[in-house]
Design a protein around this ligand. Sequence first.
Ligand code: SAM
Length: 282
Amino acid sequence: MKAENLSLKPGLYVTATPIGNLGDITYRAVAVMKGADLILCEDTRQTAKLCAAYDVKTPRMAYQDHNAERVRPEILDRLRNGEAICLVSDAGTPLIADPGFKLVREAREAGIDVFPLPGASAVIAALSASGAPSDRFLFGGFPPAKKIARQKFFTDFADASGTLIFYETGNRLGDSLADMGAAFGDRDAVVARELTKIHETFHRARLRALAAEYASAPPKGEIVVLVFPKTETTPDSDEIDAFLEQALTEMSVKEAAAAAAENLNIPRRVAYEHALALRHKS
Ligand code: SAM
């Protein structure tokens, strides 16, 4: 068995690979990729480029959403038989918005060793250089593509404290930022694009300004969105009600809520609930 020959312990090696810059790989990742019996790849052609760059000749096999259920039993058998198997994704850390969770869970349940090989991940790279508060953060992965589901998805994050981090694609970025603005209020945010690559950019502005900008010019490349935490300066209930009482003398509930959200920088849902309660009272 090759793993034993190279004194690589049998088990599953969850191995991070670069998110753009090929230099962002660890010595240990290269050694494990070379020493393993098999490399499981999200896309074998993508991983072939990395293997060529680091002279890795280990056999590769696809492990992705389409074949995972079918091939998992065979992989678990090979692990039980003492092989060392390396799991990589196209970029970054496997399982982080990428395949691998069920394999890791079932390997652990079968008593097989699972070793993390830490390295690049877009969520951490973005947070570390964005200027957004980093002491507490919540990673939401990809928001749903459909509008109603996405609005509901963001609402679930509105009361969380800490920086909120999402992955998004260029063509949905404008809509997604607009929905974040509606759910979170007009907070500061950073759009981090093409990290570790030639066109790397960090762009900070308020959510609504970012939404308008990217709706008219969808950006190319890979994107992480970081939304600053809700601030201590968020107005309290009395301030919201005082604003709305005045607004409701000349506007509908919907219009007054929109005006309050805009002026007080609060989520539209919160403004609407207050406006509705005031209208029922009157
Ligand atoms: N497993 C990866 C990780 O650890 O970051 C993420 C895989 S997920 C399928 C791909 C998404 O991650 C992209 O659509 C983008 O949102 C984000 N991403 C990956 N590489 C990136 C980069 N170089 N710059 C910005 N975002 C990136």
